[in-house]
Design a protein around this ligand. Sequence first.
Ligand code: HAM
Length: 416
Amino acid sequence: MIQKLKGTYDVYGDISKKHDYVKKLFQAVCESYNYSYIETPLIERSELYHRGVGETTDIVTKETYDFVDRGNRKNTIRPEATAGVARAIIEDKLYNILPLKLWYIGSMFRYERPQKGRYRELRQMGIESYGSNDPIMDAEVISLGVNFLKELGLRDVKVVLNSIGSMQTREKYKKALINHFKSDIDNFCDDCKNRLDKNPLRILDCKIDCNNKLVKNAPSILDYLNEEEKDHFDKVKKYLDSLDIDYEVDDTLVRGLDYYTNTVFEYVTKTNEFGSIGGGGRYNDLLKSLDGPDIPAIGFAFGLDRIISEIESNEIKLNLNDELDCYILTISENENGYALNLAQKLRMCGYKIDLDLSNKNMKSKFKEADRYKAKQIIIIGEEEASSNELTIRDNLTKEERKVAIDDIIDYFDVNL
Ligand code: HAM
């Protein structure tokens, strides 16, 4: 038997209803902030991620799904969406009209070690906002995520916040970190040994060495920010305070992608079962680094799979709206044509309808109605079909009454 790949899963049944609910809510929240939808291809030139996400990141060095196509070009299945959106903005000159506020949903692929909350096909829902370097935009972007989580009913979530300054600030900070770690680097994991010269900031969020004393006493990036960067960060915090957003500054938060500048943040649950449920930050230099214009930007992405796990472990009841308005039953095959037409008419009026055309006995037909959570059941026999007076059973109270076919919509208006 052919089985699904490790780190992937099929979405159907109850899980698909939950996915659908969460996606629709995310779309509604994005639209309430005036974001519009963007969809970029699942495959891009590998170079996009090398230059965009960063040569030394775990994502690019260890996790991309790369392949050479039949034209001998190196392609990558997207590990994240920010770089692809940036490519589209440059290629189609979408930057001609700013601000540009975009949202997306889709699968990303990372060759990670699969475990709870960590998949190889991961689904992200995110936003990218281009054209403003105002700290108000940082606060607005962060607040969109917070509002979404609140509407979902996930209350035990906080925002972890940091500023990693500009590239120049980071160069100075990297030197300080190299000095700090180099004498004792032999006691670190192999990944951190490699990170020391290439990307020492990543030592700060190494899962293996996180309890090392040197990591705990490392110099703070916040002491290396220049006046402008400090001022930006202070204003972001002030705006978050004014929006009553629960955040905590963590100067070891560096994020795993190289394009960030200044504000970075993650959404974490207080139980913190599997790391962040979302993360993002400013990336003012990304467009420039991909040969585009110099336009500031900020965004984030939520992990849909992790959000679903959080909903499940917090036993949050979603209003899935998965009931059927009406289930139509026929007593014999002779009424099936009548039922088909009735179902058609009611669906055209916006009702969610299903009908049973099987030869099963009435008991199992009623059972089916329950399985579909039907609110009303219409029962059609020979007499009903000839008189156009239908029997309708309220599936909650089990009360039955006769309703003329022309009055069904009025009946539904009152009883649904
Ligand atoms: P990221 O932190 O790599 O950022 O991913 C964002 C979210 O995707 C994470 O917080 C997590 O919830 C989810 N995620 C990541 N990897 C996995 C995985 N293997 N399995 C399940 N969920 C996962 C980005 O991707 C940036 N593009 C976000 C961004 C948008 N920054 C600016 N704009």
